[in-house]
Structures are given as structure tokens and as C-alpha cells.
Design a protein around this ligand. Structure first.
Ligand SMILES: Nc1nc2c(ncn2[C@@H]2O[C@H](COP(=O)(O)OP(=O)(O)OP(=O)(O)O)[C@@H](O)[C@H]2O)c(=O)[nH]1
Ligand SMILES: [Mg+2]
Length: 411
């Protein structure tokens, strides 16, 4: 992993310099305003410092990227409201050594560590008793776990408690630089694990403006996960805060109430709304709303095991893709079991590429599935929702915040 700082007049300028040197695979770790060096700094002039990281495996792509640099298209910047832009958490400062002051969860970890130590002591005392029975056992008694080992075990257990899949917990712990035999400070280890996890989450493109309007954004997923509510939240932000021209379509004709639900939101937002019954009607609607910047499309929630409904969805996506630049989002609930999420994610992957939205974060303390599904699908999370309020309870996914929760035992 490479971690490097870049300076620019603005955040975008610093990021541009970072992308030039390290390619498009960088992840922003921290953004802060710093004083300019020299006289200008003394006079209060500021510039922006951006800390970025690049995964090791991406480094090998650097050469290829440079060669193809002229062909690489820059992903358009997502257009979102100021609140939704979600400023990067300022948890990563100048060095990993500083991290213990900045990670909210460290306190919990240390408290836990002490508890763990007490348990270990009790275990040792028990082992001592046994060891007095033979020489072999006495040797074992000497293999007391080091501070570092205890801390790794603590991190391991915390992630498991937060329902990160064991496979990924092992991966994360193994990737931490353990080559050095000497004892590493625990805040260094914590900083390292934290950075690795943030990088694993990566960064989603979000909803990007189309090169040619309209941009069609389709939301799919199982029943009751919050697709319609999420569309209302996003449409609200775009139409009201961003003053974008937005239209809403629903292909959910399975339940009359479903169409009415979105129609109500459309009325409140004062944006056009139409029910589409066939792929051809979807194409017609896109043509009729051709002057709109964003067309959000709601779909019927259904079981991923229902072949007929999946086929209908496939036809709809094909029609939408043919008619305009289309992005798809798979909406999943954070409360669904990991195995089911895996099956759902796989079956929708057969229909389309997608980015992820996780809903109902307010209904669970264990957010491990966010990381599990990100890694299982190799697909970034764009938004998370955390309540029923429209449009407030939605935010751009913030990996730093989620990783802090995954390393925390607060609940
Ligand atoms: N607690 C909580 N509830 C949510 C959230 N998002 C949506 N809901 C609620 O979940 C229920 C279902 O939401 P809908 O938006 O109708 O879900 P849907 O996926 O469109 O459902 P179908 O169209 O029936 O497939 C509603 O009661 C929503 O208010 C969330 O982030 N947190
Ligand atoms: Mg719905």
C-alpha cells in the first residue's frame, strides 16, 4: 500500500496531481487545509493537502495505466448536495502513530484489551497448575502470548462480533505487515488494519451526470428493502437541493399501492411521474422526458429465485440501456443474512452491473455485511440509509465511519 500526500490550490487540483502520479485507483484518506509555505503562509494563505492511498496490487497496473493514460476516461464527478458530499473523516492525520488519538473506538479496544489480559492471566494461572504435572506442560507455559498477539486477537474478535465474515477477517489480519519480528506498537497495528479496511471498501462513483441527458438511474432489489423510499430520498436531494430536472418512473405494477407510493412522492416534489408497464413504454417515457437531467426508475421487489420476474427485469434493463445512459443500483438491507445477500447479489449480477446501496443501518449494530458484500461482489457501496425520513435519512457511504464501527465494541 502506498500512502502519499499531494498539495493543490483546491482539493480537485491535489487529487488531479495524485491521479497523474498514481493513477485512477487512488482512495482519498484525508483532506485538510494547510498553510502555504514561506511568506504567503505567514500572511495566512492556505492550500489543500490530500492524503491518498493506493492498494499494492494496483501498483502493478501503473505501467499499463501510464501507457494507456490517453485512453483512460476520467469518471465524471458525482453531482450531489453539499450534505451528501460527506467530507472525508479526519481520522487519518500525519502518521499512523497519531491514529490512537483520532480513532473513536480505540478507547473501547483498549478497555477490551485489558479485559482480555485479565482473562489471559486467569488462563495462565490455570495452565500453571496443570504445568506442575509435567515438564512438557512447563514448556507450554512459557509460550505466553505477547501484547501484539493479544491485540491481534482482540481485533479479530471485534470484527467477528461485528459479523465480518471470518474469511475476510483472516485476510485483513494476515495482510498487516507482520514481517518484523519486533513488537509493533498497538496503535501502529490498529492504524494499519484501519487503512487496509478503508481501502478494501474503495470508492463508489455514485450517481454521475450523463454525457448526454437524460441519465437514467434504475433501482432494483428484493421486496421491502426500501427501494421506493430511497428513490424518494435521492430524488428529493437532486430536485430540491440541487435544482436538477428530475422525473420518476415506476415499473412496479405488481402492487397498485407501490405505484401510488412513488406518485405521492412525485407530487410532493412536483416532478413528473409515469407508470411503465412494458419495456417499450419505458423507452417512450425516456423519449418524452428527454429534456430531463435525471430519470429515476423504481422496480418491483421480487424474490431473486423467481425466474419470470428476473427475465422481465432483464428486458426492462435492456430497453433502458438502449434508450439512454443507464446506471443500476442494487438496494440491499443491512439486516439481511449474509448467505441470502450473497445469493441476491449473484442473481442480480446476471442482469446488470450495479453499485450498492445499503438500507436500514439504523436497524442493526453489526455492519460486517457491508464489507462482506463489497468484497464478495467487488462492487463499491454508493449510499447508505439509516431511517424512514425522506429525504434526510440517507448519506453517501463513508468508509472511514463504517470501518470505525467495525473496529468498535460500543454496542
Ligand atoms: N428503519 C428503516 N426503515 C426504512 C429504511 N428505508 C426504508 N425503510 C422502510 O422500509 C419499508 C419498505 O420501504 P419501501 O421503500 O416501500 O421498500 P421497497 O423496497 O420499495 O418495497 P417493495 O416495493 O414492496 O419491494 C417502509 O416502511 C420504509 O419506511 C431505512 O433506512 N431504515
Ligand atoms: Mg417499492
Amino acid at each position: 500500500m502506498i500512502i502519499k500526500k499531494f498539495i493543490g490550490k483546491t482539493e480537485e487540483e491535489a487529487l488531479e496531481a495524485a491521479r497523474k502520479e498514481l493513477g485512477n485507483g487512488i482512495v482519498t484518506m484525508n483532506v485538510r487545509s494547510v498553510k502555504k509555505k514561506g511568506l504567503a503562509g505567514l500572511l495566512g494563505a492556505k492550500q489543500t493537502e490530500v492524503t491518498v492511498a493506493l492498494e499494492e496490487e494496483r501498483e502493478s497496473l501503473k505501467g499499463i495505466r501510464r501507457e494507456n493514460a490517453s485512453n483512460v476516461q476520467q469518471a465524471p464527478r458525482p453531482v450531489l448536495t453539499k450534505e451528501l458530499q460527506g467530507k472525508p473523516a479526519d481520522v487519518l492525520g500525519e502518521s499512523s502513530q497519531n491514529i490512537e488519538r483520532k480513532l473513536d473506538s480505540l478507547q473501547d479496544l483498549l478497555v477490551n484489551r485489558l479485559r482480555q489480559e485479565e482473562n489471559d492471566k486467569a488462563e495462565q494461572a490455570a495452565a500453571q497448575e496443570v504445568s506442575s504435572r509435567g515438564e512438557e506442560a512447563q514448556k507450554e507455559e512459557k509460550a505466553v502470548p505477547t501484547e501484539q498477539d493479544k491485540f491481534y486477537r482482540l481485533l479479530y474478535n471485534t470484527m467477528l462480533e461485528n459479523e465480518v465474515d471470518e474469511k475476510y477477517v483472516n485476510q485483513i489480519i494476515c495482510e498487516v505487515d507482520r514481517a518484523e519480528k519486533t513488537q509493533l506498537p498497538i496503535d501502529y497495528i490498529l492504524g494499519n488494519v484501519y487503512q487496509k479496511m478503508v481501502l478494501k471498501f474503495g470508492k463508489a462513483q455514485g450517481i454521475a451526470p450523463a454525457e448526454k441527458i437524460p441519465r437514467v438511474v434504475v433501482f432494483m432489489g428484493p421486496t421491502g428493502v426500501g427501494k421506493t423510499t430511497t428513490i424518494a430520498k435521492i430524488a428529493g436531494r437532486f430536485a430540491v437541493d440541487e435544482k436538477k430536472k428530475v422525473a420518476l418512473l415506476t415499473a412496479d405494477t405488481y402492487r397498485i399501492a407501490a405505484a401510488e407510493q412513488l406518485r405521492t412522492y412525485a407530487n410532493i416534489l412536483e416532478v413528473p411521474f409515469r407508470v411503465i408497464y412494458t419495456p417499450q413504454e419505458a423507452v417512450d417515457a425516456i423519449r418524452d422526458f428527454g429534456s430531463f437531467e435525471y430519470i429515476f426508475v423504481d422496480t418491483a421487489g421480487h424474490s431473486h429465485q423467481n425466474e419470470e420476474q428476473l427475465e422481465n427485469m432483464k428486458q426492462l434493463l435492456k430497453a433502458l440501456n438502449g434508450a439512454a445512459q443507464t446506471q443500476a443500483f442494487l438496494v440491499l438491507s443491512a439486516t439481511t443474512k449474509y448467505r441470502d445477500l450473497q445469493k441476491i447479489a449473484s442473481s442480480y449480477r446476471e442482469l446488470s452491473d450495479y453499485q450498492l446501496i445499503f438500507t436500514k443501518l439504523d436497524e442493526t449494530f453489526q455492519l460486517g455485511n457491508l464489507l462482506n458484500i463489497k468484497l464478495y461482489t467487488d462492487t463499491p457501496i454508493a449510499f447508505v440509509t439509516n431511517g424512514q425520513n425522506v429525504p434526510d435519512d440517507i448519506e453517501l457511504f463513508n468508509p472511514q465511519k463504517t470501518v470505525k464501527q467495525l473496529l468498535s465494541t460500543k454496542h
